[in-house]
Every structure is written in structure tokens, then in C-alpha cells.
Ligand binder design. Sequence first.
Ligand SMILES: [Zn+2]
Length: 241
Amino acid sequence: MEDQINTLQQWIDDSRNIVFFGGAGVSTESGIPDFRSVDGLYHQKYDWPPEEILSRSFFDVRPEEFYRFYRDKMLCLDACPNAAHKKLAELEAAGKLRGVVTQNIDGLHQLAGSKRVWELHGSVHRNYCMKCKKFYPVKFIKDSAGVPRCSCGGIVKPDVVLYEESLNSKVLEGALEDIQSADMLIIGGTSLAVYPAASLVRYYRGKRLVLINKSPTPYDSHADLLLAAPIGQVLGQIQVR
Ligand SMILES: [Zn+2]
């Protein structure tokens, strides 16, 4: 592992246009449960599987159940950025990292100081009235009871991409452009099994594809450097210089 960390350090030292692409594993070290892990939400007991609760058709038909689950399981507002979030923010501030592409909705990259973050699945921190589009902070959702309502009567919906909903095209385009122009792509904390993760990776054309994940992924053989370890543990050892 020490050799791999040294190579990673060398490549980061030599790169000026790094892009980071991360998934749930980036936030698990901050205590936020991973949807698809064995101990994750999918294996807990609810009247419906979380995958169904977090779908648009479920939201439309049973909004009360949706918000009960959402407040209980999706709003981890006490979580703090970990070593991975902090190092990526440092790299951006030092002019070495172009941007972060994330599948997470927790806003921890921004909390750590990252500025250019492509949130593929949206953010719990943005919420809008479905009728008048008025903005509401996450605290409003957290503190309200039942289905959160705007002063106009409309339902206030989190700006989070539910199952059956499409990704925001501007966010997707921005992420693709950054990945295409990166001189180094670091992928961390994702199994690359979920759409659109795998298809995004194919846009990278460079020679420094780094994969950091605790468990194997379908892309391991494509990686120029593979580190089988938690992302925070790896990035925590990197010097920004
Ligand atoms: Zn409204």
C-alpha cells in the first residue's frame, strides 16, 4: 500500500487538472449510511423497500410515508466532513483540482470548502415548493411535520433525484466536461455499479485513472492505479504542495 500511496502522491504532485468522482463510500466515513451496502438502508425493515419509497411514483402517491422515511434516514445533518472531503477542498484551493463530481446528496464537500461540486443526485440542502418554486432550507423540512407545505399551499420537495426521475442535464454536462478535460481522474468510494457512474468514467481519456475503493469494482482492470482501502484513509495521507 505504501508504494501505491507514493505513486498517488507523485501523480497528484504532477497534475494540474484533477477531477474527483465519488460515491456513497466518501460519506460512510462521516457516519452516513451507504444505501447499497450490506448493512445499509436496503436491509432495514420498513413497510416498503427504501428503493421504492425513494421513487417518484411513491412520492406522488404516499408523500406522508416518503417524508417520514426521508426525515428519519436521509437527513444526517450532524455529519461532518472527513479527511477525504477536506483534502479535496485543499487540492481545489491550491489550484490542482478542477472539480468534484458526487453521487452524494449530503453537501459535505461544500461544508469542507469545495466550490466546484457537481451533485449528480441533487442535495438535501435545496428544497423548493412544487407550485411557486420558493426555496426552503433543509431545516424547514427537518422541523416540519407530515408533508411540508409552502405558504402558498404547495408541497415543498427536496431537490434530490428520486428513482424514476432524470438527472439535471446541466449538472450532468458540467460533470462530463470536467471529466473529459481532466489530466487525472480519481474515483473513490463507489462500486461503479449504479447509473450513471460507469458511463461517466468512460469519458475520461487520460492516463491517470485512480480507483480507490474498499471492495472490487467492475472497472478495477481499467485503473492505472488501484488502492483497495477507505478513501479518507488514503487521501488523508496525501500532502498538498
Ligand atoms: Zn409555494
